[in-house]
Design a protein around this ligand. Structure first.
Ligand SMILES: Nc1ncnc2c1ncn2[C@@H]1O[C@H](COP(=O)(O)OP(=O)(O)OP(=O)(O)O)[C@@H](O)[C@H]1O
Ligand SMILES: [Mg+2]
Length: 305
């Protein structure tokens, strides 16, 4: 299978418990009113949803030898994501897990990274990645084993003629290091509002966009329910978010990336990429977790139509 997009990233499961109180006293039995276990992690959600949209995706990751790793990979296999370059843990570390506790608009997010930290540059088949048209990496600061080599990885992909994109997601240490070295090889940078502000060192999103526009050719800033802004040099466009009945916003950012990259690799204009990304992001919020809505192909096609 010729790949459209090669993704390097992490994979874990999400356990989502709905209806828990925001204040969680110790030694009390706190009851959730609903529960869902589904595919989690930014990179794997993106791989899943991009493939569900019809893009040919290859996914390189490190997974545990436990049942959770097997289950997580099955979600991707169901969407025909190419998993031929997935590697298994060398240390016996288990696959990571994220516990999400949504409370209205806010949520607790508790992650055990597991094999996320183990993926290394030497685990990657560069020729395989270069066989794609586009390269993407998500969750930069969760890839501790790979982090020092990420600029080199992007440089290799650019040298091989691929277009590239990056979604850092959060930096748990809030240090945001290494981006000066990396940005010269990133074509499309996809932060959310908070991340853009942290990286640019300002509280004002427009100021952040101004500053970051000098550092990456195409900047796309996700604004939650407000939609997203795209900036290329001095040219800026805004696309409003879509109004839907939200179940949860887990993976909305990754579903946004999936819509944007799907249109981008198929040659659409950036404005259309942005509009479509807001649609796929809104769609992801209509079911639990990041991928559940995308597992229903008929509903997906009906929503997009
Ligand atoms: N309540 C909502 N209703 C409709 N669309 C939404 C809502 N929240 C988010 N979106 C869509 O999802 C996109 C991404 O949201 P957000 O800004 O929260 O990204 P993010 O913080 O990177 O998400 P993630 O937590 O998945 O990484 C938005 O640009 C918008 O299109
Ligand atoms: Mg995000």
């Amino acid at each position: 299978m010729a790949l459209d997009v090669a993704i390097v990233g992490e994979i874990n499961l999400d356990l989502i418990l709905y209806g828990l109180p925001q204040q969680m006293p110790l030694e009390r039995e706190l009851l959730a009113n609903d529960f869902r276990m589904t595919l989690g992690s930014s990179s794997a959600i993106l791989a899943h949803n991009l493939a569900a949209l019809g893009t040919r995706v290859g996914f390189a990751t490190c997974v545990g030898t436990d049942a959770m790793g097997k289950l997580a990979l099955e979600y991707l296999d169901d969407r025909a994501v190419d998993l031929s370059r997935v590697v298994r843990t060398r240390t016996g570390t288990s696959t990571g897990i994220t516990l999400l506790l949504p409370h209205g608009k806010e949520r607790h997010i508790l992650t055990y990274p597991g094999t996320m930290f183990e993926l290394r540059y030497s685990d990657l088949d560069l020729d395989y990645l270069k066989s794609a048209r586009h390269f993407h990496l998500s969750s930069l600061y969760l890839h501790l084993g790979l982090l020092p080599d990420v600029p080199r990885l992007f440089r290799e992909m650019k040298a091989a003629g691929l277009t590239t994109s990056l979604d850092t997601n959060d930096d748990p240490d809030d240090r945001w290091t290494g981006l000066d070295e990396l940005f010269p090889y990133v074509d499309i940078f996809l932060p959310n509002q908070r991340e853009a502000c942290q990286i640019a060192g300002t509280d004002d999103v427009q100021d952040a966009i101004e500053r970051l526009s000098h550092r990456v050719p195409t900047l796309v800033v996700k604004l939650g329910p407000q939609g997203a802004l795209l900036r290329q040099g001095t040219h800026q466009i805004k696309a409003d978010g879509k109004t839907v009945d939200v179940v949860d916003t887990v993976g909305a950012g990754d579903s946004f990336d999936s819509g944007f990259l799907h249109k981008f690799v198929h040659g659409s204009q950036l404005e259309e990429c942005l509009q479509f990304a807001n649609r796929t992001a809104a769609y992801s919020t209509t079911k639990a977790g990041g991928v559940e809505a995308f597992r229903d192909s008929e509903r997906l096609q009906a929503f997009l139509a």
